[in-house]
Design a protein around this ligand. Sequence first.
Ligand code: SF4
Length: 284
Amino acid sequence: MNDIIQPVHFEHHSTNFNRLKGRLEHMVGKAIADFNMIEEGDVVMVCLSGGKDSYTLLDILRTLQKRAPVDFKLIAMNLDQKQPGFPADVLPNYLKSIGVDFHIETQDTYSIVKEKIPEGKTTCSLCSRLRRGIIYKVAGELGANKIALGHHRDDMVETLFLNMFFGGKLKAMPPKLVTDKGDHIVIRPLAYCAEKDIARYARGMEFPIIPCNLCGSQENLQRQNIKQMLHEWERQYPGRSQTIFTAMQNVKPSHLLDTSLFDFRNIQLGAAVDEGDVAFDQEI
Ligand code: SF4
């Protein structure tokens, strides 16, 4: 219990904080509208880890629910993976205090992961696979057709570089996708929100944050390196992460080299494509 990070009380009622709150609500509302994430009658299961992102997600969704043009239901869900020291009463107490429907699923994936993965090896990939399976099963049991996750803009940009540097693929993390069996739609309503805004909001709201290193595993080292690279870029060139994110929404298949996305073979004289030979210019 003494592992809980104590909230820092600051700027709760300040104009700046209200502006930040307004910005986050606007960004979440825009993402929901742009990708048609939530529709009339949806039952949305919001996955809560106890980290700043998922608390913020639930909080903003609850605010937007009150003024949304469509009627939908929210159920908060936490998976207690039985990591040593996990303070099992923190989330139920918080969820009761705000009066939201919730479900706590207890499954000891920690022991499975410890048993299967040799000491010193990273456990995150098996752990996430197990967690994903449980989340889908619980969504089915709760009658939820949508599953909301707390990934944000910076997670998406990091994933883009991870896939590029280590997977040789130009792909990031979708704001909305259908699960493999086709039973649920996963949505990421924080897609347009910057991590630093979420962190500030979570501090201001004094969410009872549960530290994310209870399992003792190092978060994927490659992701950490990418995060550091992006932070360094952001320091040198403020706004770079947002520019990269904007680029992810502005893709020109005719100016890449994927023959499955653009029919280069059948290019004909007289059929100029969007932004045509501007690509030959060195300067933007
Ligand atoms: S950090 Fe721990 S809890 Fe998180 S995915 Fe990795 S093994 Fe699982």
